[in-house]
Design a protein around this ligand. Structure first.
Ligand SMILES: CC(C)(COP(=O)(O)OP(=O)(O)OC[C@H]1O[C@@H](n2cnc3c(N)ncnc32)[C@H](O)[C@@H]1OP(=O)(O)O)[C@@H](O)C(=O)NCCC(=O)NCCS
Length: 434
């Protein structure tokens, strides 16, 4: 038997007895190589069935590294713990988009550009005012981000680097404006214009909460805590919404349309909607004595412990640890949220219970973020909007990588067809006459 290359996989197809050498690169085999394996000349090539892409790499990426077993998260090689402690959200956004940390001049001009693109066209405002009084802010955000594509038709020129940069700046800058206005809308309050004297996060808080005062100055500790939350959410490699951005972006549509798809994906309760679900769950549990019966319900499969479990992190979610610390800082200003006690008790029980230990279920980023957001007096519907604002630089960094990646193709997965074949069609008039 000829010697096989060390970095390869030998596959024997027992249908034909034939053996194939499939090269292994970066710990992966190419699905196209598997596609060469056929049971007969006219038969389709072998394919891989992987609902939810549990073990399928869809791209090469240099943006974010995660080791789920060890609980490591790095943006462009920098550990999340250091970024959360020592950086700012706009610096992290620069890092994600450009791949390196900015010099002083680069940072100043980045902050300046973003600050001066926070305003939106007045028609965006009218468009948003057209929503029903009780519209979910995520629906408003998704629609208004998509609508931006009509205000910037030049964004379709995705092959021009300068143009891409312009849209990236616009989107990071305008997201807080759109998010804040979707919040004010539900409250029947006037939309507040951006205040360009304030930093990114302080300006967002001003657009959310300013009433008749001349200037809205948020407590610095709250500004810092929200900035940290944005950093923690800024990217998370190929999660559901990033995959949506890449999948839609792979058709070479403009970035606003691609990011609107990401916002839509984030809206779902298994993704960004989880922190809203955590809060509702904590409220439903209501008091400490209801915790044991709730846990039993989870173990019987009638309930799900929202904010626990993660597709990737199987030991702990490093973001959850940082959020717990941010919780303390925020509660120092706002007072302790009574639901915190229930959350802590749930966490304690779950971390000791065999059901959760065996399945490697640990608190994820959403378990505590909802409590912080509530302390800011955000209604649960706003939680995912905050996530979306934080995730925008990540979506854009991934989109940028996608459009420059020569190996990328339009996303078009295979299927296993399970339906009928070659039926004879009888016209309705004959079918219904019988
Ligand atoms: C995040 C999540 C979707 C990951 O799902 P996944 O990787 O597909 O994991 P699975 O759904 O296959 O779960 C594996 C096992 O753990 C159980 N499980 C997973 N998450 C659970 C949870 N939050 N509560 C109770 N049981 C859970 C599943 O029932 C399954 O049990 P089984 O092996 O007896 O069937 C899932 O853990 C979940 O729904 N968590 C709650 C929602 C949430 O917090 N999402 C935010 C993620 S940042």
């Amino acid at each position: 038997m000829p010697e096989q290359p060390a970095n390869s996989l030998t596959v024997r197809d027992n249908r034909t007895g034939q053996e194939y050498d499939v090269p292994i690169t970066d710990g992966t085999i190419r699905a196209a190589d598997i596609g060469q394996i056929r049971s007969g000349e006219d038969e389709p090539g072998l394919a891989v069935y992987d609902p939810g892409f549990v073990n399928t790499a869809s791209c090469k990426s240099a943006v974010t590294f995660i080791d789920g077993e060890k609980g490591i998260l790095e943006y462009r090689g920098y550990p999340i713990e250091q970024l959360a402690e020592k950086s700012t959200f706009l610096e992290v956004a620069y890092l994600l988009v450009h791949g390196t940390l900015p010099s002083k001049d680069e940072y100043d001009s980045w902050v300046h550009e973003i600050t001066y693109h926070t305003f939106v066209h007045e028609n965006v405002r009218s468009f948003m005012q057209g929503f029903r009084y009780d519209a979910h802010p995520m629906g408003m955000l998704m629609a208004s981000v998509g609508a931006l594509s009509t205000f910037y038709p030049d964004a379709r020129n995705i092959h021009d680097a300068e143009n891409r940069h312009m849209q990236i700046v616009r989107m990071i800058a305008k997201m807080p404006t759109l998010g804040a206005w979707s919040f004010r809308h539900a409250q029947g309050k006037p939309y507040v214009y951006p205040d360009n004297d304030l930093g990114y996060t302080a300006n967002f808080l001003s657009m959310l909460f300013k009433m008749s005062e001349q200037k809205f100055q948020a407590d610095e500790r709250l500004v810092k805590a929200l900035d940290v939350l944005f950093i923690l959410h800024a990217d998370h490699e190929q999660n559901c919404s990033t995959n949506a951005v890449r999948s839609v972006g792979s058709s070479q549509v403009d970035p606003y349309s691609a990011v609107a798809a990401g916002v839509g994906a984030l809206f779902g309760p298994l993704h960004g909607g989880a922190n809203e679900a955590v809060l509702r769950m904590l409220r439903r549990i209501g008091s400490m004595e209801n915790i044991p019966s709730f846990i039993e319900g989870v173990k019987d499969g009638n309930e799900r412990l929202m904010g626990f479990g993660h597709r990737v992190y199987k030991n702990y979610d490093p973001r959850a640890t940082i959020i717990k610390k941010a919780c303390d800082d925020v509660f120092e200003v706002t007072g302790v949220n009574p639901l915190l006690k229930i959350a802590q008790e749930l966490e304690k029980i779950a971390l000791e219970d065999e059901y959760f230990v065996k399945r490697k279920l640990y608190p994820n980023v959403d378990f505590y973020s909802g409590l912080i957001y509530e302390a800011f007096q955000f209604p649960p519907e706003m939680f995912t909007v905050l996530f979306a604002i934080g995730r925008t630089p990540g979506w854009l960094a991934q989109w940028l990588e996608l459009v420059q990646d020569k190996e990328q193709k339009i996303a078009r997965p295979k299927q296993i067809y399970t339906g009928d074949r070659t039926l004879d069609f009888t016209p309705a008039s004959e079918r219904w006459a019988q």
